[in-house]
Design a protein around this ligand. Structure first.
Ligand SMILES: [Fe+2]
Ligand SMILES: [Fe+2]
Length: 183
């Protein structure tokens, strides 16, 4: 059976696919505004709204209960990375708006923020997969993993205004088919 940390690693696969798409985008001389906006929306709703919410609201607090500090050490580093990521996304969003209003030179800064986000998140995901989640696996009982996974699954299935996580995964796949055709 899947563990809670495997559920998060599975999200990482989709986030990395979105990063592949952004890496392909920044090589293009111009960009389709709707796709730039879709990427920002997917980061905010899937990578941050769903995945980072699982980590920040459920995983890290449980790790804190097991004795990990939220103020320093590996969990604190992960929280700082999430904040850095949000700054890059704000940078993308602001410059997409300028690009949309006709300031063509703003595209360079959209791309610079995307590239910064990509580097940060690749590194971040690697630290989580290789180090942080393994620490969590060592600290958690199988009951911990089970109850955490149940909570993740509830978030994955969406609620009220929020669609299920699969809707975002499908959107990422559609973009990937368009931008990563040669793969
Ligand atoms: Fe994270
Ligand atoms: Fe993560």
């Amino acid at each position: 059976m899947t563990t809670a940390t495997q559920n998060l690693e599975n999200d990482h696969i989709h986030i990395l696919k979105l990063i592949d798409v952004m890496e392909a985008m920044v090589k293009l001389p111009d960009a389709e505004i709707a796709h730039l906006e879709e990427v920002v929306s997917l980061i905010r709703k899937f990578a941050d709204g769903l995945h980072h919410a699982k980590e920040e609201n459920l995983l890290f607090p449980l790790m804190a209960e097991k004795g990990f500090s939220l103020q320093q050490g590996p969990v604190a580093v992960m929280l700082t990375d999430h904040e850095e990521g949000r700054k890059f996304v704000r940078g993308m969003d602001e410059h997409i708006q300028l690009y949309k209003s006709g300031q063509l030179s703003a595209l360079n800064l959209v791309y610079a923020n995307m590239a910064g986000y990509n580097d940060l998140l690749r590194n971040h995901i690697s630290k989580e997969n290789n180090i942080l989640f393994r620490m969590a696996d060592n600290a958690f009982t199988s009951e911990d993993q089970k109850s955490l996974l149940t909570l993740f699954s509830i978030l994955d299935s969406g609620s009220g205004n929020e669609p299920s996580g699969n809707v975002y995964v499908q959107q990422i796949e559609t973009l990937a088919n368009q931008y990563l055709q040669s793969n």
